[in-house]
Design a protein around this ligand. Structure first.
Ligand code: SF4
Length: 61
């Protein structure tokens, strides 16, 4: 699984960085992905974060 964040949509609400700090971190203005190739043990959490993101800025593929 791969994950990325649409920086144009992210509102820096810090939800994803709180939910899965192993994968997401706050950058200067928006959240950023630390591990674009999501480790298997965090796939469920990343799916959940993508579903919970209030502006659908987290894109999984
Ligand atoms: S949950 Fe969505 S809007 Fe909030 S910081 Fe993460 S990517 Fe940005």
């Amino acid at each position: 699984m791969k994950v990325k964040i649409d920086a144009d949509l992210c509102t820096a609400c810090e939800l994803c960085t709180g939910q899965v700090p192993e994968v997401f971190e706050m950058g200067d203005e928006v959240a950023e992905v630390i591990t674009p190739d999501v480790p298997a043990e965090f796939e469920d959490a990343v799916e959940e974060a993508a579903a919970d993101c209030p502006v659908d800025a987290i894109i999984v593929s």
